[in-house]
Design a protein around this ligand. Sequence first.
Ligand SMILES: Cc1cc2nc3c(=O)[nH]c(=O)nc-3n(C[C@H](O)[C@H](O)[C@H](O)COP(=O)(O)OP(=O)(O)OC[C@H]3O[C@@H](n4cnc5c(N)ncnc54)[C@H](O)[C@@H]3O)c2cc1C
Length: 590
Amino acid sequence: MTYRAPVEDIISSLRHAAGLDQALADGACGDLALDDIAAILAEAGRFAGDVIAPLNRIGDQHGTPLKDGAITMPPGWKEAYRDWAAAGWNGLAAPAEWGGQGLPQALNAACIEMWNSASMAFGLGPFLTMGAYDALAIHGSDALKQAYLAKLISGEWMGTMQLTEPQAGSDVGALRTRAERAADGSYRITGQKIFITYGEHDLTDNIIHFVLARLTDAPPGNRGISLFLVPKFLLNADGTPGKRNDVHVHSIEHKLGIHASPTCTMVYGDEGGATGFLVGEENRGLACMFTMMNQARLAVGLQGVAIAERATQQALAYAKDRKQGRAAGIEGSAPIVAHPDVRRMLLTMRSMTQAARDVCYATAVAADRADNGKDETARNAAHERASLLTPVAKAFSTDIGIEVASLGIQVHGGMGFIEETGAAQHLRDARIAAIYEGTNGIQAIDLVMRKLPLSGGAAVDSYIGELRGTIAKLRETNDPAFGATAQRLTEAVDALAEATAWLKGKIGTAPDDALAGATPYLRVFGLAAGGCYLAAEALAAKRGDDGKNAADRITLARFFAENHAVQAAGLARSVTEGFEAVAASPERAA
Ligand SMILES: Cc1cc2nc3c(=O)[nH]c(=O)nc-3n(C[C@H](O)[C@H](O)[C@H](O)COP(=O)(O)OP(=O)(O)OC[C@H]3O[C@@H](n4cnc5c(N)ncnc54)[C@H](O)[C@@H]3O)c2cc1C
């Protein structure tokens, strides 16, 4: 089953859920017009469907063998990557002064979704590179930018992001990789990093590693971490790759999914220390890394959307084709799509996918506004909005990626469990997105402990106010086709508001009580937000702003509100009541 980019759904999401129209009108996206955006998305969709998607299965089967210190990417991948980079996709949202196209992040986000739908293992390397060049552009010295930035933006070289060590996963502050000052102003890096995505490969003739390490005289914990740029090949005077640096892949992991994304153990300093160059200031590396990570967290959320979209397309096609049993009004054996339970699964897949997409694009549009808002107040508010939504975009969407990919297998019946159909690969691939780039548990903690207190709690309150505004518009329409949508969304947003108020009261006084409910809270947030976004899209379609059948969008919004958003109230109780049992659990003593 191939992939067809859902350009209409993406545009509806960008315009009517994420607020792209207003952002365009306000000049937050440069002088780009909606038609330009549609044309770029159509072109990206063609590339993703025609060039990348056919490589997905090949990548899954071939993997990335390591031999004599070199990794070979699957057949066809090098050529596809070369053509992809040559077409300018890598630098879509990168600064124009360094060869990028300076286009909005929201547009890049939509493209990231497409690359990852076509193949998650393919899409992963490039968005890490994008995070890397952002960190370099913002925090790097002029000399480093001159040497590396243009080539990272063009995609001629790829970047990696290296935090994890055996004892330092979620707890980055525990890392031990060492950096020593050298006489020439560079640093010598020694240590080991594990689970490094695209740490070694043959797609590009240099790989630029962004490595967190600790100076020998650094304070312990997060305050003693610095960021270093460590190229695989040191550069000659003319800027071309020269001498091999003292960083090598030691081994690769054999994984559940994303087989074509090499996951490497990297060793620094076998021959005395790899040459690294400081990015930003000494001991301020985590702040630089956060530039990469915020970008990458949204991109991982988009991976959840991407895999959900791919699984949904495949399940829908299968359900129309596969015949089993009888159904009213159909002569002979009925396609399984005729059965209400199968339709429920398909509607769940479609509505969940679109809701997650909406949350992700709302985050991306907020990021564009944070960069280009009309004044400082607007930029700050948008920055807070993007910060608030980023953990939801990452965790809600990747959970949905897994749930939808699992339903995709269910729709296929036994054939879903057989690798041949490809449905199983989607679930295998989807699973990692809830783990890397900060586990979903860590995202929930970030949402509760760091994002709810933004602006004294006003950031989340104003967001909840906006959700209520959408429901008010829905009530005004009085359209019976929406069924109980307005009422169910009101209940979901009420549940969100109550859980939010309860958590705000606990953060300072009983943080463990708040932490126990962080994960269900994030889900409540996603359900309330996603439900309101779907309703906003349906309202726009009804007004005729959207080409897609309004009846279909109304059904999607209604189905989500009546079948999924209703769970918010129960989950909110799990936040406000469930913590006591967690506190009392015997496992704590273990
Ligand atoms: C395929 C793959 C690719 C990866 N790519 C990269 C990469 O390119 N660069 C890189 O640096 N890393 C990468 N990683 C590492 C990844 O980011 C970590 O695996 C992830 O951050 C979790 O760390 P951990 O595995 O040590 O789990 P742990 O931190 O041990 O977590 C185990 C469990 O405990 C929970 N937990 C941990 N601490 C807390 C806490 N304080 N409060 C509540 N719950 C907690 C977690 O949520 C999780 O459920 C990759 C991993 C994989 C598998």
